[in-house]
Design a protein around this ligand. Sequence first.
Ligand code: TRP
Ligand code: SF4
Length: 329
Amino acid sequence: MTNDKLRILSGIQPTGRLHLGNLIGAVENWVELQKEHDCYFFIADYHALTTSYADTKNLKDDIRQVAIDLLAAGVAPEKAVLFKQSDVPEHAELHLLLSMLTPLSWLERVPSYKSKIEELKEKDLGTYGFLGYPVLQAADILIYKAREVPVGEDQLPHLELTREIARRFNNLYQDIFPEPKAALTRFPLLPGTDGRKMSKSYQNTIAISDPPEVVGKKVGVMVTDPARVRRQDPGHPDVCPVYQYYKIFAAKRQETVAKECRAAARGCVECKKELAQILNEYLAPIHAARIELEKEPKLLENILKNGAQRARLVAAATLAEAKQAIGLA
Ligand code: TRP
Ligand code: SF4
C-alpha cells in the first residue's frame, strides 16, 4: 500500500532551463527517491511569480521546458506524482491560512529574504508575496504532510521555518501536521563556470539542454586554479572548479587528474577538453529524451494534468482537515 511508504515532496522553480546544479543538487536525488518512496514533485510556478511577477512573457514556455527537463532527466510519472503548483490551488489556500499565524519577524529574518533583495536589485521585491515566499513553501510541504524534503543546503532555513509554522498550527488548533525534515544530497554545491555557486542569477550555468558546442565553450572559459599562471606551474586541484566537476561526473578519473595537475603534467586546456567530453556524454541520453518529448506536447500536458489530479486528492483532504481544525468547516 502506498500509505506505509515514506511521503516525500520537492519543488523546483521554472526560472529558465534546468542546469547541472539543479540536476546534481536535486533532480538526480528525486530520480533515486521515486524508486522506493511516495513522491510528489512539482514545478513551483507560484514561487517563480514572487520574483518575476513583472515579466511573465516567458513563464509558460519556461514551465514547459522545465517539465521536459525533469522528464528527460528521469522523473517518471508512473513512479512519482509530477505536477504544476498552480494546478493545485489547495497550496494557495493553505498558504493563506498559514499566513494568518506566521509572525512577520520570522519571515524578515529568513537569510534569503535580504540577500535576494540585494542580489536582484533591478527588481522590486518589496512585495507582500515575496516576503511570504517561505509561507508558500511551508504550505507546499505541509499540504502533503511530507516527512522528507530533498533540497539543497540553501533551503535549510525554509525547512526550519516550515517546522516552526507546523508547530504553531498544531499548538493553536490541532495536531495535524508532521514536522518535515530535509534530505540533503550527497554532493556539495556544484560551482558555476565562474567558481561561484551555479545559479541563474549569476549567469554561470551550464544548462542540461545546452548542445555539445555550448558545453565546450562554457567549460573552455571556466575559471581554474588562480595560482596556476603558466602551463609549467603545478596546479592545486582542490581549489579548481573544473576539478570539482571531475569529482562528481568522472569519479574514476579524479585521482589521475589530481596527480597530473599537481605535477604540471596536464594543462588546463586539455583538462577542460576532457571534461567537456565527459559532460557531453553524460548529457547525450537526456538530450535524446528531450527531443522525443518535444514532439509530444499532448503527452506532456496529460502528464501534468494527471499529476495534478492525483496531487489534489491528497491536498484537498489535508486542507479540509486544516479548515476543520481552525473552525472554518
Ligand atoms: N524554494 C525552492 C527552491 O528555490 C523551491 C520550492 C518551492 C520547494 N516549494 C518547495 C522545494 C517545497 C521543496 C519543497 O529551490
Ligand atoms: Fe584545474 Fe585541470 Fe587546470 Fe588542474 S589541470 S588547475 S584540475 S583545470
